[in-house]
Design a binder for this molecule. Structure first.
Ligand code: DC
Length: 224
């Protein structure tokens, strides 16, 4: 099976760009952040502090998580319920960032991610895909953009969905998550050694997709 690993910070446009690129090359698109979000949501539902490893770890046994793919669209099923929409709130974002720093959570989600890549050609997006989950991926890309641009994109997305948010809050949340994600002890967010770094600041979505598809195709050819 062939794997394209796409890592990078929150709001770099990874999911939109990676989803489109996957469709163009006929691979399934796997958003691994959704798995951390589902675990975060589960802990919120249980009334547990998502940053408390001792409280979170024993509860993982009860987390039943599956990803399904319909027409290339990923759905997240948590304990029998489709939570694909419910995991997209600001509260769940922060809980996801918190649980993602817990080694037991990362171990728990590691095999799930591995299994999907074992059975499918994937474009997998996350923070540690090229470094930890799929170190043998044929293509590794690190997608980033300036914090202000990433916050602006996220802000516009939320406003479009009818959420009431403040740009400064979005920016400060994003900076907190960046800090957490890149300073945690396990699997911190760093580009893989062989990753192609793509900065999407100032690009339109179309330009970024085009650039990504070109990099993927070029690298896959090289690996044939
Ligand atoms: O990409 P996202 O915003 O949906 O990710 C949610 C959180 O999960 C984010 O704070 C970082 C974490 N995450 C991770 O640690 N490793 C991954 N492979 C994907 C996401």
């Amino acid at each position: 099976m062939t794997a394209v690993a796409i890592d990078g910070p929150a709001g770099a446009g990874k999911s939109t760009i990676a989803r489109r690129a996957a469709r163009e090359i006929g691979f399934i698109y796997v958003d691994t952040g959704a798995l951390y979000r589902a675990v975060g949501l589960f802990m919120l539902q249980q009334g547990v502090d998502a940053s408390d490893a001792r409280a979170v770890t024993p509860l993982l046994r009860r987390v039943q998580l599956t990803l399904t793919f319909q027409n290339g669209e990923q759905k997240v099923i948590l304990c029998g319920e489709d939570v694909s929409g419910a995991i997209r709130t600001a509260e769940v974002s922060m809980a996801a960032s918190n649980v993602s720093a817990i080694p037991a959570v990362r171990d728990f989600l590691f095999s799930l991610q591995k299994d999907i890549a074992r059975n499918n050609d994937v474009v997998m997006d996350g923070r540690d895909i090229g470094t930890v989950v799929l170190p043998d991926a044929q293509v590794k890309i690190f997608l980033t953009a300036s914090p202000e641009e990433r916050a602006r994109r996220r802000y516009e997305q939320m406003i479009k969905k009818g959420e009431r948010v403040d740009y400064d809050d979005v920016l400060s949340d994003l900076k907190t998550r960046d800090y957490n994600d890149s300073h945690r002890a396990v699997a911190p967010l760093v580009p893989a050694a062989a990753a192609v770094i793509v900065d999407t600041t100032g690009n339109t979505l179309e330009q970024s997709v085009k650039q990504l598809v070109a990099i993927i195709k070029e690298n896959l050819q090289y690996h044939k």
